[in-house]
Design a protein around this ligand. Structure first.
Ligand code: MLT
Length: 387
């Protein structure tokens, strides 16, 4: 007799499966009160570490020794070389529409041209090659010209930053913020929409690339990954309306008015968290340390305080705290990347790491190596009443 983990009653139907346990996750967990943990370690302890160290931790489930890390880095660098044919096809994709569409199409192309059919190999190859593919697709979509040759020896995010032709870039500032953003977004438990979608597709034994394409289509929605783009637009609107010397009272007033008109306040609340998102805490710390006078940073900080106050007054709002999106776009802009339509692509560049590792677990390790079965939940029939 196993323990009852969660009793499903009628009131749980059509609630987005919120809180239903459906499986095991070896990479990360999200505690409503304590936030995100990678392999049992609180995110705040890992946020400033090298991407390669954190990816190693997520992939292997333990910290790397010096030698293990050096071998892992060498392996990732070796795998990072994309074929000229793949990059050429990416550059031929249409530039119309949102760049997440180009991202999804690029992942399919990767699978068609470079997929091995082995989940573990493809997981490591995706992690290794993705920075060049994403740099290439952003340069192409933005009309920023050809992508500079990859130099993986510079480091995972250092190489990404140097390949992107961001106009008037301060490369050091950009690299620092890209690195932080990348590490913070790798994984968020097993049940976030993109990850669950990727694992669901893989449960039908679709390969890694098809599964990640579906996962990234899920990430592209405004309720999920695209919220970071929409959030920056909101901070910008508030800045335009109130100016950079706005007071907290003015911001509070604006929030109250928006809510009274039925408008949305972006960057607050989370499906799981009931405290401030620790990723937002880290990003705000860096924003205050590096860019305290940036007008967007000032407004995002006022929104953080005033929003929590106003939303916290409503007992129906279970999480009135800021989430990661409240400040990620603000910090990217402050560091010299004011291109919100690419923010969800940067989220995807990071999140494919966690999703592909979770797919490896579900396909090759779960249930003593048998893997999880095809996902097939039950829907209760509720036909139309007879006319
Ligand atoms: C996140 O990063 O916050 C997520 O992917 C959303 C979630 O956990 O449901």
């Amino acid at each position: 007799m196993t323990d009852v983990l969660f009793e499903i009653t009628e009131e749980h139907l059509e609630t987005g499966m919120r809180g239903y346990p459906v499986g095991l996750c070896t990479t990360s967990s999200v505690d409503p009160q304590k936030g995100l943990f990678y392999v049992g370690r609180p995110l705040s302890k890992l946020a400033r570490r090298r991407p390669e160290e954190v990816i190693y931790l997520l992939y292997h489930g333990h910290e790397a020794s010096e030698k293990e890390l050096a071998d892992f880095v060498a392996d990732i660098q070796k795998r990072s070389v994309c074929s000229p044919k793949l990059l050429e096809h990416v550059r031929q994709l249409p530039r119309e529409g949102h760049p997440m569409k180009v991202f999804c199409a690029s992942i399919l192309l990767m699978g068609m041209l470079e997929g091995t059919g082995d989940y573990r190999e493809d997981c490591l190859n995706v992690i290794a090659k993705m920075p060049e593919v994403v740099a290439c697709l952003i340069n192409h979509h933005a009309g920023w010209g050809g992508t500079k040759p990859s130099k993986p020896e510079l480091g995972y995010m250092e190489n990404f930053a140097q390949m992107l032709n961001v106009p008037n870039a301060d490369l050091a500032a950009l690299t620092e913020v890209f690195t932080l953003f990348n590490v913070l977004h790798y994984d968020h438990g097993g049940g976030n929409l993109s990850c669950f979608t990727g694992k669901t597709i893989a449960s039908g034994l679709e390969d890694m690339y098809g599964s990640l394409t579906g996962a990234m289509a899920a990430l592209a929605g405004p309720r999920h990954g695209k919220a970071n783009q929409n959030c920056l637009a909101f901070v910008q609107e508030v800045l335009e309306e109130l100016g950079e010397n706005a007071t907290e009272q003015q911001v509070e007033q604006l929030i109250r008015e928006r809510l009274a008109e039925g408008g949305l306040i972006y960057g607050f609340g989370h499906a799981v968290l009931r405290v401030e998102d620790p990723r937002a805490t880290v990003l705000f710390e860096v924003a205050h340390e590096k860019y305290p006078n940036n007008p967007l940073v000032k407004i995002a900080s006022l929104l953080r305080r005033a929003g929590e106050k106003v939303l916290g007054e409503n007992p129906k709002i279970s999480d009135p705290h800021v989430n990661v999106d409240a400040v990620s776009g603000t910090l990217l802009s402050a560091a010299g990347f004011p291109y919100p339509e690419y923010y969800t692509v940067l989220f995807g560049l990071s999140r494919v790491v966690g999703i592909s590792i979770q797919i490896v677990y579900e396909r090759l390790e779960a249930r003593n190596g048998k893997g999880t079965p095809i996902i097939r939940p039950k829907y209760l029939y509720n036909g139309h009443a007879p006319a």
